[in-house]
Design a protein around this ligand. Structure first.
Ligand code: KG4
Ligand code: ZN
Length: 365
């Protein structure tokens, strides 16, 4: 089975060709970084126009790289939500047009399901598994019981973790997008051999029952340190101060994650005594400090640990093609009347979280 995947839900335009033998025949991603950088974040209208301009060319490239024509496809899959609606519409309309012209099945994929199932594409992970889904719009712990079967154990009560990285990067004057820049700054502090414990930041919810997350207090603490340092020096933040704060922030996030995951592992093991892997997915899963911390935790718990290669953690279309394959081989597809969905929670039965407006809505997914 060969499936074309299309991803346009945020600021990456992407197309990929994947087979049910878990082979990525083509995987092209065009980042819109340069279009959004002057604004310090993703501008939805600019994103939608850029998707419209580039998507056809990217699909052509992916098909050429895979060495196939539209007649060789078994289905077309596109992100149907959640995400910035203008972009999602561009991807869905394009996929529907190809499907209609070629008489192919169309599969609308939940972007979060794309992240959630990536570990099955890369490592053939068996159900059930415990998933930490960490991206720009989400921070959730889920039990993945099967395709389309997700049970949320915890979520953030305020900011998503990627959002916390992005806001912290802004506070530190590092720019956009925050995650990779905070990681680089933290690495500079470590390489210089400086004390990682120089700034003591709060660890929100650590040691508390449940598997929920909170990051807004951590971000506020970073802001306070920045303001105090600026007051003391009477000038801008020094490079060393900035890098040390980035290192402290990143280490704290990894600690918080490990604490919340340890609790989720306890619940997962109670419910699934036969065991399963700990899987991390989403853009923030590209963070090496977080990956190392989770690998240590999984080893201690006697669980396999799976983290997809870095380029399949951040947004891509291979994960969308793969999730399309997973659904299509179960006999599922969508009508051409499918309406793009700005909101699309993985576990619709999970209770809304108090204190977070529109949680799970994923302005960014
Ligand atoms: O999954 P993703 O590419 O897009 C969404 O669906 O949101 O995730 C993007 C998020 C951004 O907040 C970005 O700052 C964060 O993932 N991110 C990272 C790293 N690479 C990307 N955060 C921490 N460390 C990284 N290396
Ligand atoms: Zn994503």
């Amino acid at each position: 089975m060969i499936v074309l995947g299309i991803e346009t839900s945020c600021d990456e335009t992407a197309a990929a060709v994947v087979t049910d033998a878990r082979e990525i025949r083509a995987d092209v991603v065009l980042s819109q970084l340069d279009d959004h950088t002057p604004y310090g974040g993703v501008v939805p209208e600019i994103a939608a126009r850029a998707h419209l301009e580039h998507l056809d060319g990217l699909i052509r490239r992916a098909m050429a790289e895979a060495g196939i024509g539209f007649g060789d496809l078994d289905a077309v899959a596109a992100t149907g939500g959640p995400g910035l609606i203008g972009g999602v519409i561009v991807g869905v309309m394009t996929a529907k047009a190809i499907a209609a012209a070629r008489g192919l099945p169309f599969v609308a994929v939940n972007h979060l399901e794309g992240h959630a199932l990536t570990a099955r594409l890369t490592d053939d992970v068996a159900f059930p598994y415990l998933l930490l889904l960490v991206s720009g719009g989400h921070c959730q712990l889920l039990v993945v019981e099967g395709v389309g079967r997700y049970r949320r154990l915890g979520t953030t009560i305020d900011d998503a973790v990627g959002e916390a990285f992005d806001k912290t990067a802004k506070l530190l004057g590092l720019g956009y997008p925050g995650g990779p820049l905070v990681e680089k700054a933290a690495a500079r502090a470590t390489d210089a051999g400086r004390d990682p414990g120089r700034f003591d930041l709060p660890r929100p919810l650590v040691g508390r029952p449940g598997c929920d997350f909170s990051f807004s207090g951590l971000k506020t603490a970073v802001r306070r340190h920045v303001e105090e340092l600026a007051k003391a020096s009477g000038g801008p933040l020094s490079d060393a101060d900035r890098d040390d704060l980035a290192a402290a922030f990143q280490a704290t996030v990894a600690e918080v994650m490990a604490d919340r995951c340890a609790r989720a592992i306890r619940r997962f093991k109670e419910e699934h005594p036969q065991g399963g892997a700990l899987v991390v997915a989403g853009g923030v899963a590209a963070n090496r400090t977080l990956r190392a911390r989770l690998a240590t935790l999984a080893a201690k718990e006697g669980m396999p640990f799976v983290a997809p290669p870095l380029r399949l953690c951040t947004d891509n279309a291979a994960m969308i093609a793969w999730a399309g394959i997973e659904r299509f081989r179960l006999g599922e597809s969508d009508p051409l009347s499918f309406a793009p969905r700005p909101r699309w929670p993985l576990d619709p039965t999970a209770a809304p979280v108090i204190g977070r407006a529109g949680v799970g809505s994923g302005v960014k997914a």
